[in-house]
Design a protein around this ligand. Structure first.
Ligand code: NAP
Length: 313
């Protein structure tokens, strides 16, 4: 006999737990939508991998990303959000049916869904980089920097993340190379000034990483190409990638409209996707601003849009 699976029915399901997902949960709980939120693989999202957040309004002395996410989570719990561990592994999202499967087994049917799955770190795509992942290659300086005390490490990238990571690592390691493919940094001016004034950071402009060198002990160096021709080898025991992110949309692609880079397309100034009753907020739909504050604001919009949608049913 076929086994009957119990499908849980919920009014508002939120997928993802960064500033967007948790803010959506605060607003949805206060609107009595009884939101259920699945936190995904990385509770608290990308911010938990950053060090100090200095530009979120309301924290004049800065705050750690993890602490801020714990605070927003607590705020959502206070208003009754049902926050659960678990990873949404597949979905069916149409105008009339919204079904999700959590951890490959639990089925949930929702009246409305808010997607806030964020984005994940990108890698260079080198075979040698794959080989040494977890053995010296990392995309999270705050998580793994501690292991490189008094060593020499490299960060690849020229944006805010790379510069922030280089500054963070400079406080732990003896020396940090910042490997930048162009002849300028894209990071904000305040961070650029700081990195240029940090004596144990050396910026290698117009350098491209060609290979990660290593042995059984892990990473031992990098082979770089300078200005498209000259080969340069540097000795490092750690390589930190900070070259941007890609949106976490793989499980939605058969149902939800994505742009050419995989970001969810939303209508006008709101959070409505191409499927009625499915909304998106945060980095998963924002290729431009990608800030904690804009993610939180879009989480608010998604909850308000959801409330209006549910009232219209
Ligand atoms: P980003 O701004 O997109 O910068 C990515 C960097 O990686 C660029 O310098 C880019 O080089 C480089 N890059 C990309 N692919 C590469 C490759 N294959 N090889 C070598 N270099 C490569 O990403 P992000 O730094 O993660 O920042 C994302 C967003 O979050 C931004 O809006 C940023 O302002 C924000 N953010 C803010 C803060 C803060 O305010 N405290 C902290 C972190 C992030 P090119 O310049 O040559 O393209």
């Amino acid at each position: 006999m076929k086994q009957q699976t119990d499908t849980e029915k919920v009014t508002c399901l939120i997928i993802g737990s960064g500033p967007a997902g948790y803010t959506a949960a605060i607003y949805a709980s206060r609107a009595n939508l009884h939101p259920v939120l699945y936190e995904g693989m990385q509770t608290g999202g990308q911010l938990t991998t950053t060090n100090e957040v200095e530009n979120f309004p309301g924290y004049p002395n800065g705050v750690s990303g993890t602490e801020m996410m714990e605070d927003i989570r607590k705020q959502a719990l206070k208003f009754g959000a049902d926050i659960r561990e678990g990873n949404v592994t597949s979905v069916v999202l149409t105008d009339s049916v919204k079904k999700v499967v959590v951890d490959g087994k639990k089925e949930i049917e929702a009246q409305a869904v808010i997607i806030a799955t964020g984005a994940s770190a990108r890698y260079l795509g080198l075979e040698s980089e794959r080989k040494f992942r977890g053995m010296g290659v990392s995309a999270c300086a705050v998580c793994d920097g501690f292991f490189y005390r008094k060593q020499t490490v490299a960060v690849v990238g020229g944006g805010d993340t790379a510069v922030g990571d280089a500054l963070y690592l400079a406080g732990i390691a003896n020396k940090v190379y910042l490997i930048v493919r162009k002849n300028y940094l894209r990071a904000s001016k305040v961070l650029q000034e700081r990195v240029k004034n940090t004596p144990n950071i050396e910026i290698l402009f117009e350098h491209v990483t060609k290979e990660v060198l290593g042995d059984d002990s892990g990473v031992t160096g990098l082979l770089l190409e300078k200005q498209g021709k000259e080969s340069v080898q540097i000795d490092v025991t750690g390589l930190f990638l900070a070259i941007g992110h890609q949106p976490n949309t793989a499980i939605f692609k058969d149902f939800i409209s994505l742009d050419e880079n995989g970001y969810i397309v939303t209508e006008g100034k709101g959070s409505q996707t191409n499927v009625k009753g499915v909304f998106a907020c945060g980095d998963v739909q924002d290729p431009i601003y990608r800030q904690a504050i804009t993610a939180a604001a879009s989480g608010c919009k998604a909850a308000l849009d959801t409330e209006r949608y549910l009232q219209s049913l």
